[in-house]
Every structure is written in structure tokens, then in C-alpha cells.
Ligand binder design. Structure first.
Ligand SMILES: Nc1nc2c(ncn2[C@@H]2O[C@H](COP(=O)(O)OP(=O)(O)O)[C@@H](O)[C@H]2O)c(=O)[nH]1
Ligand SMILES: [Mg+2]
Length: 339
């Protein structure tokens, strides 16, 4: 069988049938970091990257080759680690002009050549209310395979959600998402952050889920019948050591619990969801037709076997029903589709 495999691969390579497979090195998955200003989008991105660089990353390697971007992400993590007894929103003031792009290379191991670029676009929250950015924002969302919608949890939960609309811009954000035509598969993650005080007990996690389902009801109902759309609620603690204290006029205040160190919880989950979806998307939609046909009809050739293994591993690691997580729809877009 081995000789047969080698011969077939040799023939395919020499007849250029696999060429498009190697050319697929240019495939890109766009992930939009979306949400109002100051909710914690950039911190979430930095925290996910940091966590990924530390731990077992489920059979995938995510590399940032741009030194300036690495410096920015490291700086953000240092800020989160160094946050002292109180913390306010001032760190989140963003320019309104440009979205920042962070390009990562995804491969099965550090030594493997990357076939897939993961392009995070950190979209300024102010764009949702800026007429001049409307088209650009639509285009960004339209080009996205994954949207991570960061949600300011204290604004959603405290004082019966009195500050929810203001901090989370729920109506404008839902409008932008509902306007998409969803002709291609997309994963939308509703990511409650700063939620250290809201996921400590089963009862609190249930209440948080209910509040998200209610607040984003319009969007969720609208997307319910769309088979191309996967949606999940993925609550995380970006810092793990800060508890919500209250409001000082219009600013949210936190305190550091027992001087505890930065210890994010579940922060890898949105990334695992996104990478799982991205790999499935790549195998199903971004490889050439030839490669897909050959992969299906001659499975012993083991095309992209490392990516397939990573999909299974990631699918086993993502939380779909526990710890306040909920995969609402689109399971079929996240599990190995047997390609
Ligand atoms: N308490 C708390 N503060 C956070 C958390 N994530 C971010 N922050 C703080 O919230 C502010 C805004 O964060 P940033 O990521 O810049 O928000 P962005 O404008 O959405 O990109 C910063 O001061 C962060 O230090 C979190 O999980 N908990
Ligand atoms: Mg930001």
C-alpha cells in the first residue's frame, strides 16, 4: 500500500494536480473583533494570543510574524497583568479611524509551513455610530468568517441592564449583523467579558445566558433559520482577578480580589471555536476542487491529516453546554465534516 501511495502522490505532484493545494498557502480566514468602544475587544485578542502561546494549543500553532503587532499584544497583556486595585475604561479609548489588523499564520506544528492565514481585525467600536464608516464596516463583516462580539457584562447585568444599550450599543450592533446576507458560512460568537462577578455559580451563569438571549433576541431569532450561521455564547474572564465594584458616574469600576494575579479563565475558548470553524471552512471551501475530490475518493493519501486531527481535538475541547457556554446553532459547521 505504501508503494502505491507514494506512486500516486508522485504522479499527482508531477502532473501539477496538487499545485493548487500548495497555492492555497494564500487562504485567509478573517475574524472580526466587534463590539462597542471600551468593552475589552483588544484585551480579549491579546489575552487569547498570550494563552495560546503558553499552553497546549490543540494541535495547531498560531504564529504572529509581525514584530510590531507582537509588541502591541504583549503590551496589552502586560497592562492586564499589572492592573492594580482599580481599573476603569480609560485604557479602551480607541481611535475611530483605522481598524487594526493582526495577521497570524496557522499551521499544525511550529515547523510546518502555514497554509492558512488568520487575520484578526480589531474594529473600532465607534464605527457603529459613524455614518462615514458604515460601508466599510459592512464590508468587513461581509468578509468575515468569524465575528467575535465582545459584550460588556456588568453593563448588561447590573441595575437590570440600565447601561446595556449605552455600553454595548446593542441596537446598532444587531442592525449591522442582521444586514449581512450570510451567503457563506459564518460563526458568530457572543462573548460576554469582564464577567468575573457573573459566572461564579450555576444560577449566575444561567441568569447571564438568559440576559444575553433576551438582549440579542432579535438577532438570534433572525438567524435561527440560516443553516450557514453558527452561533455560540462563550463567557470568559479576560483577567480572572478583577471583580465589578460599581459605577462611578458613567465609568465602570473594579477591584482586584485579594491582590490575586492575572489568571484568565476560558479565554482560549473563543479562539478554539474560531480555529475549529476556520479549519473546517478551509477544508470545505478554500481548497481547490481537485484536492477535495481526491481527498474524498482517495482518503489513504491523507491530505491535510494534521488539520483534520486538530479539528477533532478542537471539537473535543470546545465547551458547548457547560460553564455558561451554549452552542445555539450550527454544530455541523464546527465538527469534522468527514472531508
Ligand atoms: N475588569 C476587567 N477589565 C477589563 C477586562 N478586559 C479588559 N478590561 C479593561 O477594559 C478597558 C478596555 O479594554 P480594551 O481591550 O482596550 O477595549 P476595546 O476598546 O474594546 O478594545 C481596559 O482598561 C482594560 O484593561 C476584563 O476582563 N475585566
Ligand atoms: Mg481596542
Amino acid at each position: 500500500m505504501n508503494i502505491l501511495n507514494t506512486t500516486i502522490v508522485h504522479i499527482l505532484t508531477n502532473t501539477n494536480l496538487l499545485k493548487e493545494n500548495t497555492m492555497s498557502s494564500s487562504s485567509t480566514i478573517n475574524i472580526s473583533m466587534f463590539g462597542a468602544s471600551g468593552v475589552g475587544k483588544s484585551s480579549l485578542l491579546a489575552g487569547m494570543y498570550h494563552k495560546m502561546s503558553l499552553n497546549d494549543s490543540c494541535g495547531v500553532n498560531l504564529r504572529c510574524d509581525n514584530p510590531n503587532q507582537k509588541i502591541f499584544l504583549d503590551y496589552k497583556v502586560r497592562n492586564l497583568k499589572g492592573a492594580s486595585s482599580t481599573l476603569d475604561n480609560s485604557g479602551g479609548i480607541e481611535g475611530t479611524n483605522a481598524a487594526k489588523e493582526f495577521r497570524f499564520n496557522l499551521s499544525a506544528t511550529p515547523s510546518n509551513q502555514s497554509k492558512l492565514s488568520i487575520n484578526f481585525r480589531d474594529i473600532p467600536g465607534a464605527w457603529v455610530n459613524d455614518e462615514t464608516k458604515r460601508d466599510t464596516l459592512h464590508n468587513y463583516l461581509n468578509e468575515s468568517q468569524v465575528v467575535m462580539l465582545a459584550i460588556h457584562t456588568p453593563a448588561l447585568m447590573d441595575m437590570k441592564g440600565k447601561n446595556n444599550e449605552k455600553f454595548n450599543q446593542v441596537s446598532a450592533i444587531q442592525w449591522f449583523l442582521k444586514e449581512q446576507n450570510f451567503s457563506k458560512p459564518i460563526l458568530i460568537l457572543l462573548v460576554p467579558i469582564k464577567c468575573e462577578s457573573y459566572i461564579e455559580t450555576e444560577d449566575k451563569r444561567r441568569k447571564l445566558q438568559e440576559a444575553i438571549l433576551l438582549s440579542y433576541k432579535e438577532l438570534i431569532q433572525d438567524l435561527q433559520s440560516k443553516p450557514n450561521v453558527a452561533i455560540a455564547i462563550t463567557p470568559i474572564e479576560t483577567m480572572g482577578n478583577m471583580h465589578f465594584e460599581g459605577w462611578n458616574q458613567d465609568e465602570d469600576k473594579y477591584y482586584r480580589v485579594n491582590n490575586n494575579a492575572y489568571s484568565p479563565r476560558h479565554i482560549e475558548q473563543p479562539l478554539f471555536y474560531a480555529l475549529n470553524f476556520a479549519l473546517n471552512y478551509y477544508l470545505t471551501n478554500q481548497r481547490s476542487r481537485w484536492v477535495r475530490v481526491l481527498d474524498k475518493s482517495l482518503p489513504f493519501l491523507n491530505f491535510d491529516s494534521n488539520f483534520k486531527k486538530a479539528i477533532v481535538k478542537l471539537a473535543n475541547h470546545i465547551k458547548t453546554r457547560e460553564d455558561g457556554f451554549l452552542l445555539l446553532q450550527g454544530d455541523h459547521l464546527l465538527i469534522n465534516q468527514g472531508i
